[in-house]
Design a protein around this ligand. Structure first.
Ligand code: AOS
Ligand code: ZN
Ligand code: ZN
Ligand code: ZN
Length: 424
């Protein structure tokens, strides 16, 4: 489906008066409002192709209606999100779930929705039907060189697909590890994984990045071969300047100080990007900002501080992506919520009075330092984010308009009530 070109303008007109009332405080009282709005307009968050359908757990999956059945329909969904919020201008593909049949047609489609291709993702955590050897005991770490080669070849193949589309990064997430003590020689597994990653790294085009994603546990429950930021950082450092660590917020042990991890990686020039989501217990892949919004803000606080210190462009120097799974919500509604939560955390971080914060730190004024951060976090920046969207051509309230237009009902009409999106 295509949005009626007047729908957004008409909707914004109907909401304009109330919006302008809320915005007037900002434009009249806050000197930094204008630069924050401009930064928000530039900030884009990529949508993963596998988050557009209903996920599920190992206990079951409850299909949603009108889910995308093909790559073309996934792109249409991201195009819809981007039209509504003007902040989801990229899609991250997963091979082999999203192999294009006609690259020019897919690129044309992306251009028609103003979408770029973000990092491409490889998959050596599942066996594919036509595949010769199994990944049951790992892929890049495997004791059998032939299995490692198969996984290396797959990753290189994914790079080629990404090149044809204009992607600039490969994300490698490995399920490799072990389920029981004694199963794996940790040192050998590390060495084999490093060698395998080295072959993939050698196949990277000049202007590409390799993102090494870590995860504390699952599907292996005793050890993960890329299990924490320390091992990811080691791999990335040994591989070379094109390799970086990718931080998925759900991939830490409970109560990890993710903002501190982020700040150190960034300072070392080894932070590649994010998979945003939220969690209560583990890799829950819930809507960003739904459980721990303060943590999301604190992460952005470190990002803004560290990127400014290093003279980095906020919008383009790191990979900004969502990685979510939806069991009970409409995936498109959930993604609109996630993008908004990320924008709010970013805007609040931009509000922090950095000079005052440094002064409080230098004076060991703990209470004042805390006040400065909480003052920014407790500020309602929703009018700024809405204004950025409006100026970029999006809807003041994307989720409300999505509902008003009955988008899901229309998608069900086009695609059917019982659909299974390809992917997770
Ligand atoms: C898995 O837990 C990781 O978060 C991956 O980044 C991602 O979910 C997977 O690659 C999806 O295909
Ligand atoms: Zn992830
Ligand atoms: Zn996750
Ligand atoms: Zn995950």
């Amino acid at each position: 489906m295509q949005l009626d070109p007047n729908a957004i303008a008409d909707y914004n007109q109907s909401q304009l008066e109330g919006h302008q009332r809320k915005l007037s405080y900002w434009t009249q009282e806050v000197a930094t409002a204008e630069p924050i709005i401009r930064k928000l307009i530039d900030f884009q968050i990529a949508i993963p192709s596998w988050a557009l359908g209903t996920g599920g757990t190992r206990f079951g999956r409850f299909a949603g209606g009108g889910e995308p059945r093909s790559l073309e329909e996934k792109m249409a969904d991201v195009g819809l999100l981007h039209a509504l919020n003007q902040a989801s201008g990229a899609i991250s593909l997963h091979i082999p779930w999203d192999i294009p049949t006609d690259y020019d047609a897919i690129k044309g489609l992306a251009a028609s929705y103003s979408l770029a291709f973000d990092a491409v993702n490889s998959n050596t955590f599942q066996d594919q039907p036509e595949q010769e050897l199994s990944y049951k005991f790992g892929s890049l770490q495997h004791v059998d060189a032939a299995v490692r080669q198969q996984a290396i070849d797959h990753n290189i193949d994914v790079i080629r697909h990404g090149e044809a589309l204009g992607s600039k990064a490969l994300t490698v997430w490995l399920s490799d590890g072990s389920c029981f003590p004694g199963q794996l020689n940790f040192r050998k597994a590390f060495g084999r994984t490093l060698d395998s990653l080295g072959e993939i790294y050698a196949a990277l085009p000049e202007d590409w990045k390799l993102f090494v994603e870590y995860k504390a546990f699952e599907p292996n429950f005793y050890s993960m071969t890329v299990g924490d930021w320390g091992s990811s950082f080691l791999y990335a450092s040994k591989l070379g300047p094109k390799a970086y660590t990718l931080v998925d917020l759900g991939h830490h042990l409970p109560n990890a100080n993710i903002e501190q991890i982020v700040s150190i990686l960034l300072n070392e020039g080894k932070l590649g990007g994010f998979h945003f989501n939220d969690s209560k217990y583990g890799d829950d892949d819930l809507t960003a900002g739904s459980i721990k919004p303060y943590q999301l803000f604190l992460i952005f606080n470190e990002l803004v501080d560290g990127m400014d210190a290093r003279g980095m462009n906020h919008a383009t120097s790191l990979g900004w992506m969502i990685d979510a799974s939806h069991n009970v919500k409409d995936p498109l509604e959930d993604l609109l919520q996630s993008v908004e939560a990320i924008q709010l955390a970013y805007a609040q971080a931009l509000l922090v009075d950095r000079q005052a914060l440094e002064e409080a730190r230098e004076a060991n004024d703990v209470a004042q330092a805390q006040e400065i951060l909480q003052d920014a976090f407790r500020t309602d920046v929703r009018p700024l984010v809405a204004e950025a969207r409006r100026r970029a051509g999006g809807a003041l309230q994307p989720l409300a308009l999505y509902r008003q237009l009955n988008v899901r009902q229309q998608l069900i009409g086009e695609r059917g009530a019982k659909t299974i999106a390809t992917g997770l």
